[in-house]
Design a binder for this molecule. Structure first.
Ligand SMILES: Nc1ncnc2c1ncn2[C@@H]1O[C@H](COP(=O)(O)OP(=O)(O)O)[C@@H](O)[C@H]1O
Ligand SMILES: [Mg+2]
Length: 267
């Protein structure tokens, strides 16, 4: 029986980078070509997501680089900074040409983000938005007050994630929280669009502050060099600028007025 590496095991990245990739199916709710694959190498196996660059729908507001490259760049940023967790993600060749390949995460039943009637919101959850459901009854967009989710929210601020839907936050069976779908991140202009607005105005956790302090030096060092394969120079500088601005503010930001701050659909 082939063995499956844990997502945090360096063998997992090696496997998705060099393993034999077989397409098993297409993820139906995906807007670009997003394929579910198996990957195998030297008695190791796993599942993976494969998004060939050829299957990308061009976006007017992201003219530079590729969505696959942005997914890899966001992974590199998370990995080097320690902010948030993203499954190992690489750019490589596959059956439909070059694309991003990301380790598939087995998920638990744990709920993290939901739309609920106000009475059904657990007392320790964060409320993002009050609205009404189709029948006119009150409903709230709410998420867990979970350190892994909070850490992902901080990564999103730095990566300028413009599509953190509920379905892009996964509770792994290993107990970690993983973010996925980072094709439209890392733009130079502010575009943060997320369901994770539950901590506005609250101080950043001390651990995150340390990681943010260390980030600009990495950006202007080897991390920046790796990112240069996928991003423009201005986009790379903008990451360091966002880290410095967040440190100076010291608290979770609120949405700006110039863009839609909540993704639709929410999941
Ligand atoms: N690495 C992964 N592990 C587990 N599930 C994933 C992973 N990547 C994506 N998914 C699931 O597949 C769905 C579609 O993938 P996503 O990356 O959002 O594609 P698209 O870019 O087309 O929206 C996600 O909402 C998530 O439920
Ligand atoms: Mg998606």
């Amino acid at each position: 029986m082939p063995e499956s590496p844990k997502p945090t095991d360096p063998a997992a990245k090696h496997l998705i980078a060099h393993g034999k990739l077989d397409v098993e199916g297409r993820l139906v709710d995906a807007s670009n070509v997003t394929l579910y694959c198996s990957v195998e190498l030297d008695g190791m196996c796993a599942n993976a997501v494969y998004k060939p660059v050829n299957g990308e729908r061009p976006l007017w507001d992201f003219p530079d680089g590729t969505l696959a490259g942005r997914e890899v760049a966001t992974y590199l940023l998370s990995d080097a900074s320690g902010l948030g967790s993203i499954p190992p993600t690489v750019l490589r060749d596959g059956p439909f040409g070059v694309g991003m390949v990301q380790l598939w995460i087995e998920t638990s039943e744990e709920e993290l983000i939901d739309v609920r009637a106000p009475a059904d919101v657990p007392p320790d959850w964060r409320v993002v938005l009050h609205a009404h459901d189709r029948l006119g009854d009150p409903a709230v967009l709410t998420h867990a007050d979970h350190p892994g989710v909070r850490d992902l929210a901080i990564l999103d601020i730095i990566a300028n994630n413009t599509d953190r839907k509920g379905g892009h936050v996964l509770a792994g069976t290993d107990g970690r929280i993983y973010g996925v779908d980072h094709g439209i991140c890392l733009h130079v202009e502010p575009k943060l669009r997320t369901v994770l607005w539950g901590w506005i105005g609250e101080p950043l956790p001390g651990e995150a502050v340390e990681k943010l302090r260390a980030l600009p030096e990495k950006i202007y060092g080897s991390l920046g060099e790796e990112l240069a394969t996928h991003l423009t120079g201005l986009e790379i500088e903008a990451i360091a600028d966002r880290a410095e601005a967040l440190l100076a503010a010291g608290v979770f930001p609120e949405p700006g007025d110039d863009w839609r701050a909540i993704p639709w659909p929410l999941f």
